[in-house]
Every structure is written in structure tokens, then in C-alpha cells.
Design a protein around this ligand. Structure first.
Ligand code: FES
Length: 137
């Protein structure tokens, strides 16, 4: 059971740390612009949040689940890419495929801050990278 203070409209959930504690937005926003923070997201999926140049949070989160065979992967701040260690797929900052074998762009989620809490909710609209229906919907 998820208490009413932990579930939002449209399937939104609170971003949590590895121990299951909600992460204050202020904690993520204290990182330098360009930083990526990994949080536990929808259905427990690890999800990258990005601190923008104006120290706000990018409203688009990127799910850390390679579309090839599902490995998790780090952000490489030097190359400015997500780089999957399993078979070498590479993704740009917005999760578009730069190099296969990954067949599809990374899954997106909505990110919003309310009262210092970070809410994640399903992305069901057009994928802004392909302007097509998202493959995960
Ligand atoms: Fe990422 Fe294969 S699982 S490249």
C-alpha cells in the first residue's frame, strides 16, 4: 500500500534513494550544473535526473535501462554520453542512440518538483526526439 502522500496524479511517484527514502530536490540541485543523479523511479527503474545550467532540474528524466539487453550504464561527463558497458551502445544526453547495438532511444519520464519533493510520472505523449509515439507506451 502506498500512502496518499506518496502517490500522485497520473501514476506519479516520489523519486527515492537506494534505501527507499524520498530524495529532497534541494539535495540534487546542490550538485553542479550538468550533473546526473541516479534515483529509484517508476516501478523501481533507476532513472537519471539532470541539473541544468540554470541550476533547475530537467523536466525530462532518462531511464537507466539499455534498450539492447537491459544493462544499466553510467553517464560519461567527458564524452557527454551514456555509455553501456555490456556491448558498447552509446546514447546522447537526451537518450538518443549514437551507436548500437541499442535499437531504440532510452525511455523518458516526466520530472516535477513540488515542495522540495521530486515527482516522476509516466511519459505517454509523443517522444520529443522522434516526434513519434513512444515505443514504451
Ligand atoms: Fe547495452 Fe547490450 S545491453 S549494449
Amino acid at each position: 500500500f502506498i500512502g496518499p502522500d506518496e502517490s500522485g496524479e497520473g501514476g506519479a511517484i516520489l523519486a527515492k534513494d537506494i534505501l527507499g527514502n524520498p530524495i529532497p530536490a534541494s539535495q540534487i540541485l546542490a550538485e553542479v550544473p550538468g550533473s546526473r543523479a541516479l534515483v529509484a523511479g517508476l516501478a523501481g527503474e533507476p532513472t537519471y535526473l539532470t541539473v541544468l545550467e540554470n541550476s533547475s532540474l530537467n523536466p525530462i528524466g532518462i531511464v537507466d535501462n539499455c534498450t539492447h539487453l537491459g544493462c544499466t550504464f553510467p553517464w560519461n561527463p567527458v564524452d557527454q554520453e551514456f555509455q553501456c558497458p555490456c556491448h558498447g551502445s552509446r546514447y546522447s544526453a537526451d537518450g538518443s542512440v549514437l551507436r548500437g547495438p541499442a535499437p531504440l532511444p532510452l525511455k523518458l519520464v516526466h520530472v516535477a518538483i513540488k515542495e522540495n519533493r521530486i515527482w516522476l510520472s509516466p511519459w505517454t505523449e509523443l517522444d520529443p526526439r522522434t516526434e513519434a509515439k513512444p515505443w514504451w507506451v
